[in-house]
Ligand binder design. Structure first.
Ligand code: AP5
Length: 280
């Protein structure tokens, strides 16, 4: 899932994750988790995030790989905000072939307003907007009662820098995916529900067999925050894998906050030949 800052990637990926029961991995969320944890990688990353620049690939990929290793996925994942430059795209190709790249397009003039009006839940990562998707109670998350906050990089000056970074470094990635026929543009104007419908249409166009899942009622999932995996039971006791149990969401939450995402293969990056299917 690609698109400019505040295009609605997290909001939409969260809804798709819930609907199709697949993981939502957002590198922005993974980085913010590392910053909040005060880890050394998080401290390094914050310096770049606060200026609207991309965090160095080694840090992002290290954190993403760590997240994937600590989690499980049998059905694939939605990557949100990754890859963000051509080098990241090349490294990702060593691991997997993406099935589909969705790029949400929004008039740049609207993006600043979306970013500066965004409020995120400190506990569960749910996303609100003071005007377009306000919480019922000012400053309080509808889903978990956690406090809402304004991200450090959501001030106008930094948002404009993030937009420039997007133009310079991420647009070439989008053009690359377009050139190999993997990209579908989706117009990100209109309500959150309108945009979700357009994304579902694009997905059903690609995979008609997903029509019922795409247009049927939204599955209800128990909210679960990302936690370390439990020790594996003996093979005979192996439970059916559970997916989509991300943090509370709907109408704009991060379902997994960069949650769980290890596939059945070994290392995610830097191991050529470990490609595999990641169908929804
Ligand atoms: P990241 O968190 O990925 O920021 P971003 O790409 O700028 O995207 P946002 O999270 O700002 O927005 P979004 O598109 O998810 O929109 P949302 O759904 O929240 O990255 C932050 C930083 O981390 C980067 O600047 C970089 O430094 C670093 N980083 C991350 N990934 C990296 C990577 N791969 N490599 C290197 N560095 C990396 O919606 C925004 C607002 O709009 C919300 O308030 C929402 O409620 C509202 N909204 C959504 N849809 C609608 C709608 N249809 N109508 C009205 N309002 C809407």
């Amino acid at each position: 899932m690609l698109g400019p800052p505040s295009a609605g990637k997290g909001t939409q990926a969260s809804l798709l994750s819930q609907r199709f029961d697949i993981l939502h991995l957002a590198t922005g969320d993974i980085l913010r988790e590392a910053v909040a944890a005060g880890s050394s990688l998080g401290k390094k990353a914050k310096k770049f995030m606060d200026t609207g620049a991309l965090v160095p690939d080694a840090i992002v990929i290290g954190l993403l790989e760590g997240k994937m290793k600590s989690t499980q996925s049998q059905t694939g994942f939605i990557l949100d905000g990754f890859p963000r430059n051509v080098d990241q795209a090349k490294q990702l190709e060593e691991f997997t072939d993406l099935d589909l790249v969705l790029c949400i397009e929004v008039d740049p003039n609207r993006l600043v307003e979306r970013a500066t009006g965004r409020r995120s839940c400190k506990n569960c990562g749910a996303i609100y907007h003071v005007r377009y998707n306000p919480p019922k109670q000012l400053g309080i998350c509808d889903k978990c009662g956690g406090p809402l906050f304004l991200r450090d990089d959501d001030n106008e000056e930094i948002v404009r820098k993030r937009l420039r970074t997007y133009e310079d470094q991420t647009k070439p990635v989008i053009q690359y995916y377009e050139s190999i026929g993997k990209l579908k543009y989706v117009e990100g104007e209109g309500s959150i529900e309108d945009v979700q419908k357009k994304l579902l249409d694009a997905i059903v166009e690609q995979w008609p067999q997903l029509k019922d899942a795409a247009y049927g009622p939204m599955p209800v999932k128990k909210p679960v925050v990302s936690t370390p995996p439990k020790p594996s039971p003996q093979p005979s006791q192996q439970p059916r894998p559970q997916h989509g149990q991300g943090a509370p969401h709907g109408g704009g939450g991060r379902s997994h906050r960069g949650g769980r995402g290890r596939g059945r293969r070994g290392r995610y990056f830097g191991k050529p030949g470990s490609k595999g299917p990641n169908k929804p």
